[in-house]
Write a new protein. Structure first.
Ligand code: G6P
Length: 489
C-alpha cells in the first residue's frame, strides 16, 4: 500500500520523505508570486488572482498539494510548502512560455472560447508544445498522488491533462473545471485539434463549467463528434478502446464564486472605509463615480465602456466634475500582440477623452494600469456609485460578485453585461448588451440617477445571492459530484 501522506508538521518543516497526497489541484499558475526584494533575495507571496482566491479556502481546509507553473521561464525549483499547501513547480522553457502559454493557450484557445472576439491563431508548433507541457503537468501530478487520490485540474491551459493522467493512474478520481466559456460547436469546430481536446477532457470523471449554456455547448460538441447517443442529460458515455471497461463522465454547470464573507469583513474595516472616503475626496467629491476593474483584456469590453462614457460627456449628459470614470486595467499577457494593440487603443481613447473633456481641476477618466492589493480594491468598490462590468464574453466575472459582497451599506448600482456568466445569477443588476452603446449610455444615466430605495432593494437581492452561493459552496458542490462519481465506480 502507498505510504500515508506527510503530516502538517512534516510539511511545515519541509521534512517530508513521504510525498503523496490525497487531494491535488493542478493549474497553469501556482497560487503564489515570486517577489524579488531590493537586496536581490527571492520570496513567495500568495497571489490575489480570481482562481487563486476561489481555491484558497478549499486548499486551507484540505491540507493538499498544488501543481503549477511558477510564472517565470527557465526556473527549476524544488517543491516547497506555503500556508500548509505543498507546492510543486512545473518548469517551462522560454520557448514553451511562448508556444504553450502565450501561443496556444492565450492566442488560440482564449479568443476561440470567447466567441472569436479576436481572431484565433492556429499553429501546429504551438499545439505540439501544448501537448508536451500538458504531459509534464500530468506526470508531475501522477508522481505525488496517493492511491485513489482526488485530482482537480483547472482551466483551458490544461485540457489534455485529465486523459493523460487517467492513462498514467487509472486509480485516481479526476475532476476538471473550465473557468472560461465553452463555445458553441459552430465556433469550436474551427479548432484543428477539436477531437483531441474533447477526448482530453473526457478523461475526467466530472467536467465542470460556469454556465448551463457552456455545459450544453460541450455535450453538443460530444454528440457532433461521437454521435447522438453519446450523451444523456449531463452524463456522457466516454468512447473507449475495444476491451476497455465503459465509463461515464458528468458534464455540468457549477458557477464559481468568491469568499463573500471575507470581502464583507474587509469592507467593514474602519481604515478601508476611511480610504474609500479619501478616494472620493481625492477625485473631487463628484456626484457619480463610475468604476471599471479588469485585467487589460479584449474580452472585457473596456473600449465599449469608454466610448459610452465619452459620448455622455460629448452629449452634455454629464460633465467632468459631475462624473468620473475610474478604470483599473491590470497588465496582462503583455507579450501577446492582441493585448499590445488593445493597450494602445485604450490609452489613445483615454487620452482623447481626457484631452477633450477634463478640466484643470477635474479629470474625466482616472486610468490606472496597475494591479492593486485587495484592501485598495475593496476601498474602490465602496467609493464607487456605479460598477461597470461590460464584458463582451466572460466565463463568470468575479469582480461583479466582489462589488456586491462589499456593499454591506446596500448601496451602489451594478451594471452587468448579459454576456458575463454572472448575469445568469445576478438578475437584479442593470443588465446590458455592451455592443448597444445607446443602451449602455442609458443604463449609465439611469444608474447615476437611481432612487435610493431602488438601489437598496436591488443590492439586497444581489447580496443575498452572492452570500448564499459563495466559493465554499461552489467547491463543495463540485467535490460532492466528484465523490459521487468515485462511489459509483
Ligand atoms: C482568467 C483565466 C485564468 C488565468 C487568469 C489570469 O481568469 O481563467 O486561468 O489564470 O485569467 O491570466 P494569466 O494568463 O495571467 O494566468
Amino acid at each position: 500500500p502507498p505510504a500515508p501522506p506527510p503530516t502538517r508538521q512534516e510539511r511545515a518543516t519541509g521534512m517530508t520523505d513521504r510525498q503523496s497526497y490525497d487531494f491535488i489541484v493542478v493549474s497553469n499558475r501556482l497560487p503564489v508570486d515570486r517577489i524579488i526584494d531590493p537586496d536581490g533575495t527571492a520570496r513567495w507571496q500568495r497571489s490575489p488572482g480570481g482562481l487563486v482566491t476561489a481555491l484558497e479556502p478549499v486548499m486551507r481546509a484540505s491540507d493538499g498539494a498544488w501543481v503549477g507553473w511558477a510564472g517565470k521561464a527557465d526556473l527549476e525549483l524544488e517543491p516547497f510548502t506555503i500556508d500548509d499547501t505543498y507546492l510543486v513547480p512545473v518548469p517551462l522553457s522560454a520557448d514553451e512560455v511562448a508556444d504553450y502559454y502565450e501561443g496556444f493557450s492565450n492566442d488560440t484557445l482564449w479568443p476561440l472560447y470567447h466567441d472569436v472576439i479576436a481572431p484565433p491563431t492556429y499553429h501546429r508548433e504551438w499545439w505540439d508544445a501544448y501537448v508536451r507541457v500538458n504531459r509534464r503537468f500530468a506526470e508531475a501530478s501522477a508522481a505525488i498522488a496517493a492511491e485513489g487520490a482526488t485530482v482537480w485540474v483547472q482551466d483551458y491551459q490544461l485540457q489534455l491533462v485529465p486523459k493523460m493522467l487517467r492513462e498514467l493512474r487509472p486509480d485516481l478520481v479526476i475532476g476538471f473545471f473550465n473557468h472560461i466559456p465553452f463555445p458553441p460547436y459552430g465556433i469550436y469546430a474551427q479548432l484543428p485539434w477539436r477531437r483531441q481536446i474533447v477526448e482530453g477532457l473526457l478523461g475526467a470523471d466530472v467536467i465542470g463549467f460556469q454556465r448551463v449554456a457552456d455545459a450544453g455547448n460541450f455535450t453538443r460538441a460530444v454528440r457532433r463528434l461521437y454521435g447522438a447517443n453519446s450523451t444523456k442529460g449531463s452524463a456522457v458515455r466516454v468512447p473507449v478502446a475495444q476491451g476497455e471497461a465503459p465509463r461515464t463522465a458528468i458534464a455540468k454547470a457549477f458557477p464559481i464564486s468568491i469568499d463573500a464573507a471575507m470581502f464583507e469583513e474587509m469592507a467593514r474595516r474602519p481604515e478601508i472605509q476611511a480610504r474609500a472616503a479619501e478616494i472620493r475626496s481625492e477625485l473631487g467629491n463628484p456626484d457619480t463615480i463610475y468604476l471599471g476593474v479588469d485585467r487589460l483584456d479584449y474580452t472585457k469590453g473596456i473600449r465599449h465602456r469608454l466610448k459610452a462614457f465619452g459620448e455622455l460627456l460629448r452629449d452634455g449628459r454629464t460633465t467632468a466634475g459631475e462624473s468620473v470614470l475610474v478604470q483599473v486595467a491590470s497588465p496582462s499577457r503583455e507579450r501577446v500582440e492582441a493585448y499590445m494593440q488593445l493597450r494602445d487603443e485604450i490609452e489613445l481613447t483615454v487620452g482623447r477623452i481626457n484631452g477633450d473633456y477634463a478640466t484643470i481641476g477635474h479629470t474625466a477618466i482616472a486610468y490606472l494600469h496597475h494591479g492593486y492589493p485587495r484592501e485598495e480594491m475593496v476601498a474602490l468598490y465602496l467609493a464607487a456609485d456605479v460598477m461597470l462590468v461590460t464584458a463582451l464574453r466572460d466565463g463568470m466575472n468575479l469582480v461583479a460578485k466582489e462589488y456586491v459582497a462589499c456593499r454591506h451599506d446596500n448601496d451602489g448600482v451594478l451594471i452587468l453585461s448579459e454576456f458575463a456568466g454572472a448575469a445568469d445569477e445576478l438578475k437584479n443588476a442593470l443588465l446590458v448588451n455592451p455592443h448597444d452603446i445607446e443602451g449602455l449610455k442609458d443604463a449609465m444615466t439611469v444608474a447615476a440617477g437611481m432612487p435610493q430605495r431602488e438601489r437598496a432593494s436591488r443590492m439586497r437581492a444581489l447580496r443575498k445571492r452572492v452570500r448564499e452561493n459563495d466559493v465554499a459552496r461552489w467547491s463543495q458542490a463540485f467535490l460532492a459530484e466528484l465523490a459521487a462519481a468515485k462511489g459509483a465506480r
